[in-house]
Design a protein around this ligand. Structure first.
Ligand code: URA
Length: 234
């Protein structure tokens, strides 16, 4: 693939802008300066840098973000900063989108991709990809709460009761709740319908993929092959 075309595919601007970058000596390929935008490069495992920042060629972008509180999952956030502010510009140019949304005050694992089928599979209720939340409640939790969430609670505007796939009590005010869908404010509405209230909400995993302990709030990283395998092996 020509270098100019490769940079364009990775979100570094129009073909013309990418050509200019190369000619301005801003690009290195596999550690070597390269100023010919039309040189042929093998994209497989290609490492390159643009203005000193290192990248690897990715045919499609799959990544995870540790969403902090105070960020909206929208391209045009209204009241807070947006999660897109936490990602580098080339990823935004590639058109990555979050797989579903977390509320502004929810923290935890948020996946992004520019692969529409991947996103659809994660969020479509038909595929029932489990999402596990750590829920901190206002009132003490007991077996009655877990029983109600597992049996199913009636939410406004839903034709049938909505039930959790799993619910385990972890402390006086903490439950782990696993849901198969991602309806609007689903955890908060379910917990409220069961007579309690969510004080803090954190998504710990999607499918079989856990939020890594070493990914600090606000940080993102690529999903590698092992992460993608874990994700689908729930
Ligand atoms: N359920 C909620 O209520 N909020 C979230 O952010 C995610 C799931």
């Amino acid at each position: 693939m020509q270098l100019e075309r490769l940079l364009h595919s990775q979100g570094f601007g129009s073909r013309k802008e990418c050509r200019r970058l190369v000619r301005a000596h801003a690009v290195q390929v596999n550690g070597q300066p390269e100023d010919d935008p039309f040189c042929e490069v093998d994209p497989d495992h290609l490492e390159f840098s643009v203005n000193g920042a290192s990248w690897r060629y990715r045919k499609q972008a799959y990544l995870m973000l540790h969403k902090p509180t105070g960020y909206e999952c929208s391209r045009s956030p209204r009241h807070h900063a947006g999660v897109f502010d936490l990602l580098p510009a080339p990823l935004l140019s590639r058109g990555v989108q979050p797989a579903g949304r977390l509320d502004e005050d929810t923290t935890g694992l948020l996946l992004f991709s520019d692969d529409g089928q991947f996103i659809h599979r994660l969020i479509s209720p038909r595929h029932k990809v489990p999402k596990r939340y750590v829920v901190t409640t206002r009132h003490p939790v007991g077996a009655d709460l877990a029983d109600a969430l597992l049996a199913g609670v009636q939410l406004h505007d839903e034709p049938e009761p909505v039930r959790a796939l799993a619910c385990t009590i972890q402390g006086d005010h903490v439950v782990h709740l696993t849901l198969a869908e991602g309806k609007y404010h689903q955890v908060k509405r379910m917990v409220a319908a069961a007579g309690n209230r969510v004080e803090a909400l954190h998504r710990a995993s999607v499918g079989g993929l856990n939020l890594p302990d070493d990914l600090a709030p606000g940080q993102w990283r690529w999903l590698e092959t092992e992460d993608l395998e874990r994700l689908w092996n729930a």
